[in-house]
Design a protein around this ligand. Structure first.
Ligand SMILES: Nc1ncnc2c1ncn2[C@@H]1O[C@H](COP(=O)(O)OP(=O)(O)OP(=O)(O)O)[C@@H](O)[C@H]1O
Length: 228
């Protein structure tokens, strides 16, 4: 099944179009890196996929359905740029942060059940972070915080995982660890992954296609060039 279909999408914040008839198809099971110069619109494209923004023209489908419907159903995991809690005295533990993403299942004013807790620890285990469950997020290193944010995205058991520059601000050892974990998840859980990233692609063995955003269009990196 096609995991992502972007069909002739135009988008502008003001007058100038950032995306111009942008199109791409990502198959289920793909592990895609999306690259492009600063300011070309990569984060904007992700916000369109996540139905936070609406295209001026064109259509976006995820997992075979209109994207806003799929987003509401919780089949898409998302790791935002710059781990939201980084460098803050955020008064929440790792366990609380991961559990918070289960709010749709738990209900806003109810307590997590045993099975919710099990889901949380399972996700933390995958990221080798369960021993830090009771630690405040602000006490962790950047790389560890990023693994917590990944566990948070995975706790809902998504079919599609979208990451916005997950390696920003973390050291090379943590970049390798993160890429290794993503490669394992892609293989063992058949997770479709779309990752916006600037560099170190050679460190990420699991990636099978590289897309590039250029002049408002999505091209494919083939060899040393980009095919639009
Ligand atoms: N909310 C907004 N309102 C107006 N313009 C915006 C808004 N968000 C982004 N832009 C502009 O849209 C363009 C694309 O921004 P976007 O953040 O999507 O690019 P990007 O490729 O993700 O950049 P980077 O690699 O630096 O993260 C930029 O010129 C940016 O200044």
């Amino acid at each position: 099944m096609q995991a992502i279909e972007i069909q002739n999408v135009d988008f502008a914040y003001g007058k100038e179009l950032i995306l111009k008839e942008a199109s791409a198809v990502i198959e289920g099971g793909d592990f895609i890196a999306l690259t492009g110069e600063n300011g070309t619109g990569k984060s904007t494209l992700l916000r369109l996929l996540l139905a936070e923004l609406k295209p001026l023209r064109g259509r976006i489908r995820l997992l075979g359905e209109d994207n806003d419907k799929v987003i509401r159903s919780g089949k898409v995991g998302y790791v935002a740029q710059n781990g939201t809690y980084a460098n803050q005295n955020f008064p929440a533990t790792v366990e609380e942060i991961v559990t918070a993403n289960l709010y749709k299942q738990i209900g806003l004013f109810r307590f997590p059940s045993k099975s919710h807790k099990h889901q949380v620890y399972e996700a933390l285990e995958k990221l080798k972070m369960s021993e830090y469950a009771k630690t405040l997020i602000g006490e962790l290193s950047g790389g560890q915080q990023q693994r917590v944010m990944l566990a948070r995205a995975l706790v809902i058991k998504p079919e599609l995982l979208i990451l916005d520059e997950p390696t920003t601000g973390i050291d090379m050892k943590s970049v390798r660890q993160l890429y290794e974990i993503l490669g394992e998840l892609h293989k063992s859980e058949k997770l479709t992954i779309l990752m916006v990233t600037h560099g170190h692609l050679e460190e990420c063995a699991g990636i099978n296609r590289i897309l590039q955003l250029e002049d408002g269009k999505i091209g494919e990196v083939v060899g040393n060039g980009v095919k639009l």
